[in-house]
Design a protein around this ligand. Structure first.
Ligand SMILES: C[S@@+](CC[C@H](N)C(=O)[O-])C[C@H]1O[C@@H](n2cnc3c(N)ncnc32)[C@H](O)[C@@H]1O
Length: 252
């Protein structure tokens, strides 16, 4: 795990890291504690969903993550999410936004909605977007769950959002990652679309960077990006992906 120095705007502007995207191998609360107030323009993230150490989708049984065991008592999980979300809020500029990917889960036979903790945070809820990702859960005991959510949360009600991509509130994109090194990656084009709607957002953040999808999307959209990831293995995957993306020849 890397030691996180205090990151204020001056430090970031002077460091080469700020110009080159970098992912720190750190717990997100420690990383967030190192950030000054009012620094981030936009966060795009997907936390672990607390699905259990193993969970199944259709006939496929998934191990959760490399280092993180995605299995906390639900009350503790929700309290932890509130802490992380409020720390992101503190480090976000007034008018900044957070695009938070999560989903309705079924536990012990009843549905848990992310609203149970989102409405207890400092954020203003701007909009709920449905992401139809066609996941393969065909349990006969309920309607097949095929969607996740992206909650658009803002710091204050005035934001610099522009629907530059004429997108309605149902996004259809296949989930990525099942056969790759990170099983819960979201698609780059999804993150890219979200970033495109914030043309003034210079600094993008992801506290749960996983395989680096948000960073790749931010680079493609010519933004600066910072982030952290608990697993050393995923941090390396992210940073390798970033290096490849930065060295890829551009057509124009
Ligand atoms: C849903 S995945 C994110 C996937 C990512 N959006 C992508 O496209 O690759 C959640 C990630 O959070 C990481 N994680 C879990 N707890 C963490 C913590 N406390 N701090 C930082 N990262 C954490 C897990 O290792 C996992 O890679």
């Amino acid at each position: 795990m890397q030691k996180v120095e205090n990151l204020d705007e001056t430090t970031l502007l002077q460091s080469t890291c700020y110009r080159l995207p970098f992912i720190v191998n750190s717990d997100c609360l420690s990383f967030l504690n190192s950030l000054q107030n009012d620094l981030i323009d936009l966060t795009v993230t997907s936390p672990p969903y607390n699905l259990g150490a193993k969970h199944h989708t259709g006939n496929n049984v998934f191990e959760a993550y490399d280092e993180y065991i995605d299995d906390m008592p639900e009350v503790e999980y929700q309290e932890q999410q509130i802490k992380v979300l409020n720390e992101i809020y503190r480090a976000t500029k007034q008018g900044g936004s957070l695009m938070y990917n999560h989903k309705n889960r079924i536990k012990n036979g009843k549905q848990i909605t992310p609203y149970e903790w989102l409405l207890k945070t400092d954020w203003t809820l701007k909009q709920e977007v449905v992401w139809f990702n066609g996941s393969q859960n065909f349990d006969k005991c309920r309607f097949y769950p095929m969607t996740e959510r992206i909650y658009w949360l803002s710091k204050g009600t005035d934001t610099n959002f522009v629907n530059a991509i004429n997108q309605h509130d149902l996004i259809k994109d296949s989930a990525e990652g099942t056969d790759k090194e990170h099983k819960r990656a979201f698609p780059v084009k999804l993150a890219q679309r979200l970033i495109m709607c914030f043309p003034d957002a210079e600094l993008i953040f992801d506290p749960y960077m996983g395989s680096g999808t948000t960073a790749i999307a931010a680079i493609k959209e010519k933004r600066k990006v910072i982030g952290c990831e608990l697993s050393e293995k995923y941090t390396k995957i992210s940073n390798d992906r970033i290096k490849n993306e930065l060295s890829a020849p551009t057509l124009f």
